[in-house]
Design a protein around this ligand. Structure first.
Ligand code: FEO
Ligand code: CA
Ligand code: CA
Ligand code: CA
Length: 628
């Protein structure tokens, strides 16, 4: 979702019970960071030190841009692969640039607002991209151009533009990739596709509805932000802002504390699906709300497969799912919950990965332990690094008992936020993507920004040290080579800032931020094979005031060893750049241009009367490895 829209989300901190529970948990005073009113970084606080010429980054960083086009580093090119509304499955009509495609047209066309994605090779020259379609820009989706659905047909069209698009692509003789059409793999999964639940919460009373008394069958996925990929070749899609789809016109409807904890605001739902689809009406179907907010596993190479909501991974506003195999063979999934003050989680499977027999791994995501992170400062208070612990979220442990409202593991998982509150996990500055460095196993997490940090109930803490955090940071943790460890050390890869607007002070950022590479709101994140850290932004693009000199949203590359960061690519106006997938040779990279022109200021990609979210492919003109 666009950062601009997410900022509008309701402030759940108005709940006084929660405020009390959170008061004073792991907080440090401002004085350590704001001595004398001016914040100065102690030399030993630097995660990386002064960047010394990186040998990993082989391209020249580019200037910020405010142009309505993609700008890449010299020697690179970016081409559009597919855009919202392009025909996908057999029988799909062409895109209508005036919004006149029907709901049933949209069910066969590429979905809107593509975000996370993964590439699955089929053979050397063919592969399948699984791509999330997170949400819609109503003003462009509907022919009437309004921001609300005005009919059941509008709601069906919106639902059809959400979900996942599975797209076969093929590399031509010119080394460029093209969509294959028709293809047996091309598929749309929407807000109405049949799926099942597995894991500890499947069948639980809270997941039962009149349409599904078993609590095991569910329709659809939406708000699919980012993604993950399992070692056995399946796609994980992550349900993020699911709350915004549920509403009711019943003004007497009483929101429960658990619903409030997931920021449900039914009388002012951002999307009015409930007006035309009773499944989303809280007064009529309150448990439908509990059936979303999960991680869904999809087999992209089997078009007949049923998507599976894996409840063992917990229910929250999932950003992505960073999957790694620990050295002892257990599967580990790191996950962020993107909301101001929410948490970072880790799932460790009970079983071990059997690389010789992929089919044997399919249930690894159903049995395991869910943890939530606590970040502490060092005893002497050295900022920007410290230690941490993973706190277990298992029924019967750590106060997750019936007397505290948790009667089963299903209760813990369905209300994972409440469970994490109970164990006093550390409230973070909006955890977005997590990525694991393939060379040393260290995990990196974008903490995008947090306009409420420092407010009552959300004091600064060592890992989230700036009040009114407008620029964000990338934190990383080191589990000493064992991804199943219960303790870690952390430091800050970068505290983003703007030395142009703020030559000194907390908003300058760490020394690896310069006037040349300054950016705000890191969001997408991914490592390539060589260990380059690719960073995508979803933030403010005014290019004024605090954001002067930063331009449009962009992609940068970091060197984990030296800390150096260079700007690689800049997107068109009012888009975010997100999603990242490489071909196995690391010579083509797919990136998503999401919500271009959300301010009505773009005609991306091809002088479109209605701008269109698109997948682009980035290559080096000399055919070399990206970034090298
Ligand atoms: Fe969909 Fe947190 O970004
Ligand atoms: Ca997004
Ligand atoms: Ca974001
Ligand atoms: Ca995001």
């Amino acid at each position: 979702m666009s950062d601009k829209i997410k900022e509008l989300n309701v402030d759940r901190l108005k709940d006084p019970a929660r405020r009390k529970l959170l008061a004073g948990t792991g907080a440090v005073g401002l004085t350590g960071f704001l001595a004398g009113g001016l914040w100065s970084l102690p030399a030993d606080a630097l995660a990386t030190g002064e960047p010394a010429g990186s040998r990993l980054l082989g391209f020249k960083g580019i200037a910020a841009s405010t142009a309505d086009k993609i700008v890449t580093a010299d020697g690179y090119q970016a081409d559009v692969l597919i855009s919202w509304g392009d025909p996908l499955v057999n029988g799909a009509p062409a895109f209508d640039p005036h919004g006149k495609n029907s709901a049933s047209d949209q069910e066969k066309q590429f979905g809107d607002n593509n975000d996370g994605m993964s590439f699955f090779p089929v053979d050397e020259h063919r592969g399948v991209l699984a791509i999330n379609n997170e949400y819609v820009n109503e003003q462009y989706l509907f022919a009437h151009g309004g921001s609300k659905a005005t009919s059941e047909e509008d709601v069906r069209k919106s639902q059809a533009a959400h979900g996942i698009s599975i797209v076969e692509i093929q590399r031509g003789a010119d080394n460029r990739w093209q969509v294959v059409r028709p293809s047996r793999y091309n598929r749309r999964i929407t807000a109405n596709t049949a799926m099942i639940f597995t894991g500890p919460a499947a069948g639980d009373k809270a997941l039962q509805t009149p349409a599904d008394p078993s609590g095991t069958k569910v329709l659809g996925t939406f708000g699919n932000c980012a993604n993950g990929k399992t070692p056995w070749g399946t796609y994980l899609t992550c349900e993020e802002n699911f709350d915004t789809y549920f509403g009711t016109s019943n003004r007497d409807y009483q929101v429960t504390p658990a619903q409030k904890r997931y920021t449900l605001n039914p009388n002012e739902a951002e999307r009015n699906w409930a007006d035309f689809d009773a499944r989303f009406d809280m007064a009529k179907n309150p448990n439908e709300f509990n059936r979303h907010g999960w991680i869904v596993e999809i087999d992209p190479l089997d078009p007949t497969s049923t998507p599976i909501k894996r409840t063992a991974l917990g229910r929250f506003k999932h950003e992505n799912a960073a999957v790694t195999v620990a050295k002892n063979g257990h599967l580990v999934v790191y996950m962020g919950d993107d909301e101001r003050g929410e948490y970072i989680y880790k799932f460790v499977s009970d079983g071990v990965v059997d690389s010789a027999n992929p089919a044997a791994n399919t249930h690894l995501l159903d049995k395991g332990v869910l943890y939530v992170a606590e970040f502490n400062g060092e005893a002497k208070g050295t900022p920007l690094k410290g230690s941490g612990r993973w706190l277990e979220l298992t029924h019967g442990k750590n106060g997750l008992t019936a007397e505290n409202g948790f009667h089963s593991q299903a209760d813990v998982l369905i209300n994972a936020r409440g469970a994490a509150d109970r164990v006093n996990a550390t409230r973070m500055d909006r955890p977005e993507w997590i990525a694991v460095n393939p060379h040393d196993g260290r995990a990196y997490c974008t903490l995008t920004n947090n306009s409420k940090r420092g407010d009552e109930g959300m004091p600064v803490n060592p890992a989230n040290p700036r009040p009114k955090n407008i620029y964000g940071q990338i934190i990383r943790w080191d589990e000493n080579g064992d991804a199943t460890a219960l303790k870690f050390n952390w430091d800050m890869f970068v505290l983003c800032g703007n030395p142009i607007a703020h030559p000194q002070g907390v908003n300058r950022g760490t020394p690896n931020v310069t006037a040349e590479n300054t950016f705000n709101s890191p969001d997408g994140l991914g490592f390539d094979r060589d260990g380059r850290l690719w960073i995508l932004t979803d933030g403010k693009y005014s290019n004024e005031g605090d954001y002067q000199g930063q331009g449009n949203n962009q992609m940068l590359v970091g060197d984990p060893a030296t800390g150096e960061i260079r700007r690689f690519m800049v997107g068109p106006k009012s888009c975010e750049l997100t999603g990242i997938a490489f071909t196995p040779d690391y010579k083509t990279m797919f990136v998503n241009v999401q919500h271009p022109g959300e301010e009505g200021d773009s005609t991306f990609p091809n002088n479109s009367p209605r701008p269109r979210s698109s997948v682009i492919m980035v290559t080096r003109k000399d055919g070399g490895v990206l970034g090298a």
